[in-house]
Design a protein. Structure first.
Length: 452
C-alpha cells in the first residue's frame, strides 16, 4: 500500500495539511460554541474536563484517523474496509464511515444556519447598525434576526452555496489560500478583542469563571458535553480528518502534526472565551444566554472600543471564513465517497449533497420561528441535531475508530504510518485499546442512566 496517492489529489506539503486540518478544526465550534456551552455549564470544571478530553481522547484519536486515511488513500468508508481487510478483519468496519457521512450531513444543517448568522453580522457591523448598542439592544437585534425566517433562509442559502462551490472545485485550491492568510488574521483580531476585554473591568471575573475549577458544578451531562465538544472542535469521529489524512504526504510526522493542530485549536477556543466572558460580566449579561452568547456580547464590545466598526466587520468576516473552511470539511468525506464509489463527477456529487443539507437546514432555521413547537425529546430541531451529533454520534464514532485502530489494525501497520518511539507508541496503543473507549463508554453510560 505504499506511495499511493488519492484520486482526489494530495496536499503539497505537511504544512498545507496542517493548514487544511486546522481550517477544518477551527471554526464556529471554537468561537461560537465553546464559549456558550462553557457559560451554560458553569465554567471552570467544564473547561478542565474539555482540556483533559482533548489531550487524552481527542489527540490519540486524531492520530488514528490521520494514519487510517493516509495508509489507504481513499474515502473513509473504503479506507476503513481496506485497512480491515489488510489486517484480516471484516470489511464491515466501513460502517463507521457510513455513520460519519450521516453525522456530517446533520452537523452541516445547523452549522450552515449559524454560518448565516455570521454573514448577517458582517453587514450589521459594516453598516453601523450595531454602533454603540447596549446589551439589551444587542439581545433584541439577535432576537429579531431569529424571528425572521426569510432573512435566515437567505443567509443560510448563501453560506451553503459558498461551501458547495469550493467542494465542487476540489478542496485543494480553495482551502489553502483561505487558511494561510485568514487564520493568522483571525488570530490577530482575537488578540485585539482580548486586549479590549482586559480593559472592561470584567477580566478578572471572566478569567475566574473559566479557570476556577468547582467540581460541585459538574454533572454527567456537562461531562458528556465537554467530551462531545472535544470531538466537535477537532473535527473527529466522522471521517473528516481521515479524508484529509488521505491527501497527506507520506513523509510527514503524524504525531507532531496532530499536536500542532490540537494546540492551535485549543488556543483559539480559550482566547475566544477570554475575550467574550469579561464583556459579559462587565455589562451585567448572562453567561448562560445560550447560542446567542457571542452575537449579543461582541457587538457591545465592538460598540465601545475605538475603531469598533472596522474591527467588528473584519472580525465577523474572519469568523465567516473559519466557519466556511470547517463547513467544507463536513461535506468532503461524502463527496469523496460518491466520486470514488459511484464514479460521480465531483460537481454533481457536491450539488446533490448540497441540496440535501440545504433542505435540512431549513428545518433548523425554522426552530427559531415557524417550527418552534416541533420538538424531539424536548429540544427544537436545531438543538436536537446539535445534541445527537456532537454528544452521541461523534463519541460513538470515536469509540469505534479507537477500537478499530487498537484491536483490528495490526500494530505493524499502525507503527509503519505513525513512526513513534516505542514508548509513545505503547501509550498511544493503550489509549486506543482501553483509555479512550472506556472513557467514552463511561460518559455515554451515565448519560443514559443518570445518577441524580
Ligand atoms: N471543527 C469544526 C468547528 O469547530 C466543525 C467541524 C468541521 C466538524 N468538520 C467536522 C465537527 C467534523 C465534527 C466533525 O467548528
Amino acid at each position: 500500500m505504499k506511495n499511493k496517492t488519492s484520486i482526489q489529489g494530495s496536499w503539497a506539503s505537511r504544512w498545507i495539511f496542517i493548514l487544511a486540518a486546522t481550517g477544518s478544526a477551527v471554526g464556529l465550534g471554537n468561537i461560537w460554541k465553546f464559549p456558550y456551552i462553557t457559560g451554560e455549564n458553569g465554567g471552570g470544571a467544564f473547561v478542565l474536563v474539555y482540556l483533559a478530553c482533548i489531550l487524552l481522547v481527542g489527540i490519540p484519536i486524531m492520530m488514528a484517523e490521520v494514519f487510517i486515511g493516509r495508509r489507504a488513500r481513499k474515502n473513509p468508508i473504503n479506507a476503513l474496509s481496506d485497512l480491515a481487510e489488510e489486517s484480516e478483519g471484516t470489511r464491515k468496519w466501513g460502517i463507521i464511515g457510513v455513520m460519519g457521512m450521516l453525522s456530517g450531513v446533520l452537523i452541516f444543517s445547523f452549522y450552515s444556519v449559524v454560518g448565516g448568522w455570521v454573514l448577517h453580522y458582517i453587514i450589521a457591523m459594516l453598516t453601523g447598525d450595531m454602533a454603540n448598542v447596549t446589551s439589551d439592544q444587542a439581545g433584541d437585534a439577535f432576537g429579531a434576526l431569529l424571528a425572521n425566517p426569510m432573512t435566515l433562509l437567505g443567509w443560510h442559502t448563501l453560506f451553503s452555496i459558498m461551501t458547495i462551490v469550493v467542494v465542487a472545485a476540489g478542496i485543494n485550491k480553495g482551502i489553502e489560500t483561505a487558511t494561510r492568510i485568514m487564520m493568522p488574521a483571525l488570530f490577530v483580531l482575537l488578540i485585539v478583542l482580548l486586549g479590549y476585554a482586559m480593559t472592561t473591568g470584567g477580566f478578572a471575573q471572566g478569567w475566574d469563571f473559566m479557570f476556577h475549577f468547582d467540581f460541585g458544578q459538574l454533572t454527567w451531562n456537562a461531562a458528556l458535553i465537554a467530551l462531545g465538544h472535544s470531538f466537535f472542535t477537532l473535527s473527529l469521529g466522522m471521517g473528516t480528518i481521515m479524508a484529509y489524512g488521505s491527501y497527506m504526504t507520506k513523509n510527514a510526522s503524524i504525531g507532531k502534526t496532530v499536536l500542532t493542530i490540537g494546540a492551535l485549536d485549543t488556543v483559539v477556543a480559550l482566547v475566544a472565551g477570554l475575550a467574550i466572558f469579561p464583556v459579559i460580566f462587565a455589562n451585567g449579561m448572562d453567561p448562560a444566554a445560550g447560542p446567542g452568547l457571542m452575537f449579543i456580547s461582541l457587538p457591545v464590545a465592538f460598540g465601545q472600543m475605538p475603531f469598533g466598526q472596522l474591527f467588528g466587520t473584519l472580525f465577523f468576516v474572519l469568523v465567516g471564513v473559519a466557519a466556511w473552511t470547517s463547513a467544507i470539511s463536513l461535506l468532503e468525506p461524502t463527496v469523496a465517497f460518491l466520486v470514488e464509489r459511484f464514479k460521480m463527477k465531483r460537481i454533481t456529487a457536491s450539488i446533490g449533497l448540497g441540496l440535501v443539507v440545504w433542505a435540512l437546514g431549513i428545518a433548523c432555521l425554522g426552530s427559531f420561528n415557524f417550527m418552534s413547537d416541533v420538538t424531539f425529546f424536548g429540544k427544537n430541531t436545531f438543538d436536537f441535531l446539535d445534541y445527537i451529533t456532537a454528544n452521541i454520534m461523534l463519541p460513538l464514532g470515536g469509540i469505534l475508530i479507537a477500537l478499530f485502530a487498537g484491536w483490528v489494525v495490526k500494530d505493524k501497520f499502525a507503527q509503519d504510518e505513525l513512526n513513534l518511539s516505542s514508548t509513545v507508541f505503547k501509550l498511544w496503543n493503550v489509549s486506543m485499546k482501553f483509555t479512550a473507549p472506556v472513557a467514552i463508554a463511561i460518559v455515554l453510560y451515565f448519560l443514559i442512566n443518570p445518577l441524580q
